[in-house]
Write a protein that binds this ligand. Structure first.
Ligand code: LLP
Length: 427
């Protein structure tokens, strides 16, 4: 490196070292080269996650849909496709993204919530299967496309997830058609001449144990028996990843989940009398561990008894801690040699809100101004939930390729981007 840069000290880099996340790259040098903050992805880890999912079951008609709401970068989606994953989309924008990444209609499932007829048409005209999630949306679909095939998302009764805001089944959730309403589904199908091609569920996001998932699948399959001729049954996503790797949190047992699913799928297939495709649709599991968010420490101060580490990683860049109190492990990369610690600090961002807190009361090695922080497990629901709040630029995204290259896969926003859609009027 021409400017005499000799590399950083990883003050607590055990997790990324163990994963081989950076390969031969130096995180501080990457920030110098591509700017801060910066979303970084590891192609190797992304591919390995896709393979774990592809291979979790042996049932032959088993399909994995990448739920791209977790990460809509075209390079990430294209890698998932190359690894044999299909896709699920939640909006016309996500459909546009997966199609731009090369997916064709039969590989896409559109699972929207409360959409307009126009949005349904956007998908239907492309030949994309839609799973509607209420009786009124089923009826709307039937009015627009009488005689066509459609899928229905059921609410199988038991929710799961890391926070009440991401539990998507059970009485308090806005999603799906209740199991008690199967007669109404049948009535609308009959009245509109629709064919039910599939049933789906998604019970919530980030469970580490498949207990509730399996119970809901049993409920879903009991409902499926009332509908002969289904092409597919979609169990939903939600597979968790351990966010506390620095405390050796164990991963979810995907092998065991796969064995349980295999038994359920082959048992159902034997009873049902028709070959059915089974689908899972993970988002987080695909990309979370493949992503690290790098940012820079710009200020250190004490307010009362709290030591604040002020960074450029605001809640606009990574929203999960502010929105769900989510924990992300943090590594410290410094140009200075280790200087003691750990000490408990609050790591905060540059946004004008007191809730702009990345980590509260977190024991970390002694941090200096100019240090780079690596926020782990940021590859899912990181960039995809980022915003321009406070007129801040969303960061660039860089992919660390398997061949050792670091490739920009999304440019940092520019100031022009921030003003692009505004119209000047006479005032
Ligand atoms: N399928 C449907 C219909 C979904 O609504 C979701 C996620 C998924 C699949 C994928 O779920 P996953 O495997 O990623 O858990 N922003 C939150 C997560 C919200 C998930 C919403 N739906 C977070 O950062 O934790």
């Amino acid at each position: 490196m021409s400017d005499g840069f000799r590399g950083c000290y990883k003050l607590n880099g055990e997790v990324t070292d163990r994963l081989g996340f950076y390969g031969d790259h130096d995180p501080v040098e990457l920030v110098r080269r591509f700017g801060s903050p910066l979303y970084l992805y590891s192609e190797d880890i992304l591919r390995a996650n896709c393979r774990t999912l592809k291979n979790m079951c042996t049932y032959k008609n088993f399909r994995v849909n990448f739920s791209v709401k977790a990460n809509t970068n075209l390079a990430i989606i294209r890698i998932a496709r190359e690894e044999g994953l299909c896709a699920d989309a939640m909006s016309p924008g996500e459909i546009a993204a997966v199609m731009a990444a090369g997916y064709e209609a039969p590989e896409i499932l559109f699972i929207p919530n409360n959409v307009s007829g126009e949005e349904m048409r956007f998908a239907a005209e492309k030949g994309i299967m839609i799973s509607v999630d209420s009786l009124s949306q089923l009826d709307l679909f039937g009015r627009l496309f009488p005689g066509k095939s459609v899928a229905v998302r059921l609410n199988p009764g038991i929710g799961a997830g890391h926070h009440e805001k991401v539990v998507t089944a059970g009485d308090a959730a806005k999603f799906g058609v209740n199991l008690a309403e199967l007669p109404e589904i049948k009535e609308i199908l009959r009245r509109r001449g629709l064919r039910l091609a599939g049933l789906s569920q998604h019970i919530g996001s980030k469970f580490m144990d498949s207990g509730a998932y399996i119970m809901d699948i049993r409920n879903l399959l009991a409902a499926a028996e009332e509908f002969p001729g289904l092409d597919f049954i979609d169990f939903g996503g939600g597979f968790g990843i351990p966010y506390r790797k620095q405390e050796n949190e164990p991963p979810m047992d995907m092998g065991r989940t796969g064995v349980l699913l295999d038994a359920i799928m082959s048992d159902f297939a034997a009873r049902y009398g028709k070959e059915v495709q089974f689908i899972v649709e993970p988002g987080r599991y695909v990309a979370a561990e493949a992503g690290v968010l790098l940012g820079t420490v710009h200020a250190i101060k004490h307010n009362g008894s709290i030591k604040f580490i002020g960074t450029d990683i605001g809640m606009n860049t990574l929203m999960r801690p502010a929105l769900y109190d989510s924990h992300h492990d943090i590594e410290v990369y410094s140009l200075n040699p280790p200087a003691g610690g750990p000490e408990a600090v609050s790591v905060v961002g540059n946004i004008c809100e007191s809730g702009d807190i990345l980590a509260k009361d977190r024991p970390l090695p002694r941090i200096s101004e100019g240090d780079v922080l690596g926020v782990l497990d940021a590859g899912s629901y990181g960039y995809s939930m980022s915003s321009n709040y406070n007129m801040r630029l969303r960061p660039a995204e860089v992919l660390l390729r398997s061949n050792g290259e670091a490739a920009v896969i999304r440019e940092r926003d520019s100031l022009e981007d921030l003003l692009r859609n505004q119209r000047m009027i006479d005032i």
